[in-house]
Design a binder for this molecule. Structure first.
Ligand code: CA
Length: 227
Protein backbone atom coordinates (compact mmCIF):
# COMPACT_ATOMS: atom_id res chain seq x y z
CA UNK A 1 0.00 0.00 0.00
CA UNK A 2 1.29 3.46 -0.78
CA UNK A 3 0.62 6.49 1.37
CA UNK A 4 -0.85 9.88 0.48
CA UNK A 5 1.56 12.54 1.61
CA UNK A 6 0.60 16.18 1.97
CA UNK A 7 3.44 18.59 1.23
CA UNK A 8 2.95 22.10 2.63
CA UNK A 9 5.72 24.18 1.11
CA UNK A 10 5.61 27.61 -0.54
CA UNK A 11 8.91 27.47 -2.43
CA UNK A 12 8.12 25.80 -5.80
CA UNK A 13 11.63 24.38 -6.26
CA UNK A 14 11.64 22.67 -2.87
CA UNK A 15 8.03 21.51 -3.25
CA UNK A 16 9.00 19.88 -6.54
CA UNK A 17 11.99 18.05 -5.05
CA UNK A 18 9.77 16.86 -2.20
CA UNK A 19 7.07 15.66 -4.61
CA UNK A 20 9.59 13.79 -6.75
CA UNK A 21 11.19 12.19 -3.68
CA UNK A 22 7.78 11.06 -2.42
CA UNK A 23 6.71 9.72 -5.85
CA UNK A 24 9.91 7.73 -6.26
CA UNK A 25 9.03 5.84 -3.10
CA UNK A 26 5.64 4.95 -4.56
CA UNK A 27 3.76 7.35 -2.35
CA UNK A 28 1.36 9.98 -3.70
CA UNK A 29 2.28 13.64 -3.14
CA UNK A 30 -0.44 16.24 -2.58
CA UNK A 31 0.72 19.85 -2.70
CA UNK A 32 -0.38 22.92 -0.76
CA UNK A 33 1.50 26.23 -0.86
CA UNK A 34 0.17 27.61 2.43
CA UNK A 35 -1.62 26.59 5.61
CA UNK A 36 -5.08 27.58 4.40
CA UNK A 37 -4.69 25.45 1.25
CA UNK A 38 -3.47 22.57 3.42
CA UNK A 39 -6.54 22.80 5.64
CA UNK A 40 -8.89 22.87 2.65
CA UNK A 41 -7.18 19.83 1.19
CA UNK A 42 -7.29 17.95 4.50
CA UNK A 43 -11.01 18.63 4.79
CA UNK A 44 -11.65 16.94 1.44
CA UNK A 45 -9.04 14.24 1.02
CA UNK A 46 -7.51 11.36 2.87
CA UNK A 47 -3.93 12.07 3.91
CA UNK A 48 -1.62 9.57 5.63
CA UNK A 49 1.19 11.95 6.56
CA UNK A 50 2.03 15.66 6.23
CA UNK A 51 5.35 17.37 5.59
CA UNK A 52 5.02 20.92 6.87
CA UNK A 53 7.50 23.69 6.18
CA UNK A 54 8.05 26.01 9.15
CA UNK A 55 8.30 29.24 7.17
CA UNK A 56 5.09 29.71 5.21
CA UNK A 57 3.41 32.91 4.02
CA UNK A 58 0.51 33.79 6.33
CA UNK A 59 0.03 31.22 9.06
CA UNK A 60 3.35 29.56 9.99
CA UNK A 61 3.89 25.84 9.74
CA UNK A 62 4.19 25.75 13.51
CA UNK A 63 0.75 27.29 13.96
CA UNK A 64 -0.69 24.95 11.32
CA UNK A 65 0.62 21.95 13.26
CA UNK A 66 -0.94 23.30 16.48
CA UNK A 67 -4.28 23.64 14.68
CA UNK A 68 -4.05 20.13 13.23
CA UNK A 69 -3.46 18.73 16.71
CA UNK A 70 -6.50 20.55 18.13
CA UNK A 71 -8.83 19.23 15.43
CA UNK A 72 -10.19 15.72 16.12
CA UNK A 73 -10.06 14.87 12.40
CA UNK A 74 -6.32 15.54 12.18
CA UNK A 75 -5.10 15.18 15.78
CA UNK A 76 -3.42 11.85 14.99
CA UNK A 77 -2.08 12.79 11.55
CA UNK A 78 1.65 11.99 11.39
CA UNK A 79 3.53 15.25 10.79
CA UNK A 80 7.15 15.91 9.88
CA UNK A 81 8.28 19.52 10.17
CA UNK A 82 10.73 20.87 7.59
CA UNK A 83 12.92 23.53 9.00
CA UNK A 84 15.97 25.57 8.15
CA UNK A 85 16.21 26.31 11.86
CA UNK A 86 18.59 24.09 13.73
CA UNK A 87 18.54 25.80 17.11
CA UNK A 88 17.58 23.28 19.73
CA UNK A 89 14.92 25.64 21.13
CA UNK A 90 13.29 25.90 17.68
CA UNK A 91 13.24 22.15 17.27
CA UNK A 92 11.72 21.77 20.73
CA UNK A 93 8.96 24.28 19.94
CA UNK A 94 8.20 22.31 16.77
CA UNK A 95 7.95 19.05 18.66
CA UNK A 96 5.93 20.77 21.41
CA UNK A 97 3.50 22.08 18.79
CA UNK A 98 2.84 18.44 17.89
CA UNK A 99 5.25 17.54 15.09
CA UNK A 100 6.21 13.86 15.28
CA UNK A 101 9.59 14.42 13.72
CA UNK A 102 11.56 17.15 11.97
CA UNK A 103 14.09 17.34 9.21
CA UNK A 104 16.51 20.18 8.54
CA UNK A 105 16.87 21.90 5.19
CA UNK A 106 18.81 21.26 3.08
CA UNK A 107 17.74 17.63 3.44
CA UNK A 108 18.95 14.48 1.78
CA UNK A 109 16.10 12.79 -0.14
CA UNK A 110 17.21 9.44 1.25
CA UNK A 111 17.06 10.64 4.82
CA UNK A 112 13.70 12.26 4.19
CA UNK A 113 12.26 9.00 2.82
CA UNK A 114 13.61 6.96 5.66
CA UNK A 115 12.03 9.41 8.16
CA UNK A 116 8.73 9.28 6.27
CA UNK A 117 8.70 5.50 6.14
CA UNK A 118 9.68 5.17 9.79
CA UNK A 119 6.88 7.51 10.81
CA UNK A 120 4.35 5.72 8.61
CA UNK A 121 5.37 2.45 10.23
CA UNK A 122 5.05 3.92 13.71
CA UNK A 123 1.64 5.32 12.95
CA UNK A 124 0.47 2.13 11.27
CA UNK A 125 -0.19 3.83 7.92
CA UNK A 126 1.27 3.29 4.47
CA UNK A 127 3.39 0.23 3.85
CA UNK A 128 2.97 -1.93 6.89
CA UNK A 129 4.79 -5.19 6.77
CA UNK A 130 6.97 -6.51 9.53
CA UNK A 131 9.34 -4.89 12.00
CA UNK A 132 12.06 -6.97 13.61
CA UNK A 133 13.80 -5.64 16.73
CA UNK A 134 16.12 -8.00 18.61
CA UNK A 135 14.09 -11.21 19.05
CA UNK A 136 10.82 -9.36 18.76
CA UNK A 137 8.79 -9.49 15.53
CA UNK A 138 5.87 -7.16 14.90
CA UNK A 139 3.45 -7.99 12.12
CA UNK A 140 1.56 -4.79 11.32
CA UNK A 141 -0.91 -6.43 8.97
CA UNK A 142 -2.02 -9.08 11.45
CA UNK A 143 -1.42 -6.76 14.46
CA UNK A 144 0.45 -9.58 16.16
CA UNK A 145 3.72 -9.69 18.01
CA UNK A 146 6.10 -12.62 18.39
CA UNK A 147 9.17 -13.32 20.50
CA UNK A 148 11.44 -15.92 18.89
CA UNK A 149 8.48 -16.86 16.72
CA UNK A 150 6.13 -17.45 19.67
CA UNK A 151 2.98 -15.29 19.49
CA UNK A 152 2.26 -12.90 22.38
CA UNK A 153 -1.20 -12.37 23.74
CA UNK A 154 -1.72 -8.61 23.35
CA UNK A 155 -4.68 -6.27 23.14
CA UNK A 156 -4.71 -3.75 20.32
CA UNK A 157 -3.60 -0.85 22.54
CA UNK A 158 -0.76 -2.93 23.97
CA UNK A 159 0.32 -3.82 20.45
CA UNK A 160 0.32 -0.13 19.50
CA UNK A 161 2.35 0.75 22.57
CA UNK A 162 4.86 -2.04 21.96
CA UNK A 163 5.24 -1.19 18.28
CA UNK A 164 5.65 2.51 19.04
CA UNK A 165 8.47 1.80 21.50
CA UNK A 166 10.01 -0.78 19.14
CA UNK A 167 10.08 1.67 16.23
CA UNK A 168 12.58 3.75 18.21
CA UNK A 169 14.56 1.35 20.37
CA UNK A 170 16.52 2.91 23.25
CA UNK A 171 14.63 6.18 22.98
CA UNK A 172 12.97 7.22 26.22
CA UNK A 173 9.37 8.44 26.10
CA UNK A 174 7.59 10.18 28.97
CA UNK A 175 4.12 9.01 29.98
CA UNK A 176 2.73 12.19 28.44
CA UNK A 177 4.39 11.50 25.11
CA UNK A 178 3.13 7.93 25.09
CA UNK A 179 -0.39 9.13 25.89
CA UNK A 180 -0.22 11.64 23.03
CA UNK A 181 1.04 9.11 20.52
CA UNK A 182 -0.99 6.06 21.46
CA UNK A 183 -4.19 7.52 22.88
CA UNK A 184 -4.23 10.82 21.00
CA UNK A 185 -3.48 14.36 22.13
CA UNK A 186 -7.08 15.25 22.86
CA UNK A 187 -7.38 12.53 25.46
CA UNK A 188 -8.09 13.20 29.12
CA UNK A 189 -6.90 9.76 30.17
CA UNK A 190 -4.59 9.83 33.18
CA UNK A 191 -0.90 9.17 32.86
CA UNK A 192 -1.05 6.13 35.13
CA UNK A 193 -3.03 4.38 32.37
CA UNK A 194 0.32 4.16 30.59
CA UNK A 195 1.78 2.35 33.63
CA UNK A 196 -1.09 -0.13 33.57
CA UNK A 197 -0.45 -0.92 29.91
CA UNK A 198 3.31 -1.18 30.45
CA UNK A 199 2.63 -3.67 33.24
CA UNK A 200 0.38 -5.69 30.94
CA UNK A 201 2.99 -5.61 28.19
CA UNK A 202 5.64 -6.96 30.54
CA UNK A 203 3.26 -9.66 31.68
CA UNK A 204 2.62 -10.67 28.08
CA UNK A 205 6.37 -10.71 27.36
CA UNK A 206 7.29 -12.66 30.49
CA UNK A 207 6.47 -16.21 29.34
CA UNK A 208 8.88 -15.61 26.45
CA UNK A 209 11.50 -14.33 28.91
CA UNK A 210 11.42 -10.95 27.19
CA UNK A 211 9.83 -8.76 29.87
CA UNK A 212 13.12 -6.86 30.33
CA UNK A 213 12.69 -5.41 26.80
CA UNK A 214 10.44 -2.76 28.33
CA UNK A 215 12.58 -0.69 30.65
CA UNK A 216 11.63 1.96 33.18
CA UNK A 217 13.82 5.05 33.19
CA UNK A 218 13.31 6.62 36.61
CA UNK A 219 11.92 10.11 36.51
CA UNK A 220 11.75 10.05 32.70
CA UNK A 221 9.50 7.31 31.36
CA UNK A 222 9.89 4.12 29.38
CA UNK A 223 11.95 2.73 26.57
CA UNK A 224 12.38 -0.47 24.65
CA UNK A 225 15.95 -1.39 25.52
CA UNK A 226 18.14 -3.74 23.55
CA UNK A 227 20.40 -4.61 26.47
CA1 CA B 1 9.07 28.19 3.10
Amino acid sequence: MSARILIVEDEPGIAEVLAITVSRSNHTPLLATDAAAAERLLANQTVDLALVDWMLPGMSGLELIRRLRRDDATSALPVIMLTARTQESDIISGLDAGADDYINKPFSPRELMSRINALLRRSGGGDKGVLQVANLTLDFDALRAYVDGEPLSLGQRDFQLLSFLAANPERVYSRGQLLDHIWGRATDIEERTVDVHILRLRKALKPAGADDLIQTVRGAGYRLGLS
